[in-house]
Write a protein that binds this ligand. Structure first.
Ligand code: CAA
Length: 240
């Protein structure tokens, strides 16, 4: 039986590449999305990967959505917590709403995604959790106090889950992508984006598939001894 993988935010951007790569690797993939019905329908039409709509910031909605995935496809063995948003603003202009929106989606959203599958993974003695963090959780970023806080928080989550899950066959790891060619990065003003690309020794944005291949490795049996770690994939922009 193919393992079941859930990718949140799995119908667009990095998430879509992860969903497709895991499908190619033989997983049964479910992709959740928050709001873009059109993109989700197009993604399903293109790939055959089933999409599910729920807001990762809402615990009850996440739990119900995951229960539906499990009813349709079987127990979730692999979770890729990828869903994330930006609400960039210099700190002196950042509103409490911008703070809470990002915390609720990017940080609490990881709790809401992993918690409903955790006991099942423990009982079955196998699980793979990958959280998509960011270079900006490692180095901070102008106008991203909210986002950087969540992405640094992701690293604390996986390091703690790694310790709790290890004896039960569960690994938890993070990937810190640098600037990847997605809608999120394309929304950065062109001048700022060009300046950022100038800071990347590789001289280009990353491709979503370059992150997806890291995920495919971390969730494989070959990566059973890698737990609580962070893969940094940023074209040499920042070293930890
Ligand atoms: N470092 C230093 N100064 C910067 C800066 C930076 N990176 N970016 C902007 N500034 C400066 C501007 O030059 C400007 O200075 P002056 O006031 O002296 O002219 C000031 O900060 C910005 O003032 P504005 O009033 O124009 O700011 P704004 O309220 O319009 O906000 C912004 C603009 C939101 C900061 C916009 O520049 C922006 O989006 N910047 C990009 C932030 C960024 O990199 N986000 C990452 C998104 S991609 C992502 O998050 C994916 C991932 O994981 C990597």
């Amino acid at each position: 039986m193919a393992r079941v993988a859930l990718v949140t935010g799995g119908s667009r951007g990095i998430g879509a590449a992860i969903s497709k790569t895991l499908q190619d690797a033989g997983y049964s993939v479910a992709a959740s999305y928050a709001g873009n019905d059109e993109a989700a329908a197009a993604f399903t039409a293109e790939t055959g990967i089933k999409t599910y709509k729920w807001n990762v910031a809402d615990y009850d909605a996440s739990k119900a959505g995951i229960e539906q995935v499990e009813a349709d496809m079987g127990p979730v063995d692999v979770v890729v917590a990828n869903a994330g948003i930006t609400r960039d603003a210099p700190f002196h202009k950042m509103t409490p709403q911008q703070w809470h929106d990002v915390i609720d989606t990017n940080l609490t959203g990881v709790f809401n995604t992993v918690h409903p599958v955790w006991n099942g993974m423990r009982e079955r003695g196998f699980g793979r959790i990958v959280v998509i963090s960011s270079i900006n959780g490692q180095k901070g970023q102008f106008a991203q106090v909210n986002y950087a806080a969540t992405k640094a928080g992701d690293l604390g989550i996986v390091k703690s889950l790694a310790q709790e899950g290890a004896a039960k066959g569960i690994t938890a790891n993070a990937i810190c992508p640098g600037y990847i060619a997605t809608d999120m990065v394309m929304a950065v003003p062109e001048k700022v984006r060009d300046a950022i690309i100038g800071q990347i020794p590789t001289g280009r944005l990353g491709e979503p598939e370059e992150i997806a291949r890291c995920v495919a490795f971390l969730v494989s049996d070959d990566a059973a001894f890698i737990n609580g770690s962070t893969i940094t994939a940023n074209g040499g922009q920042f070293f930890v």
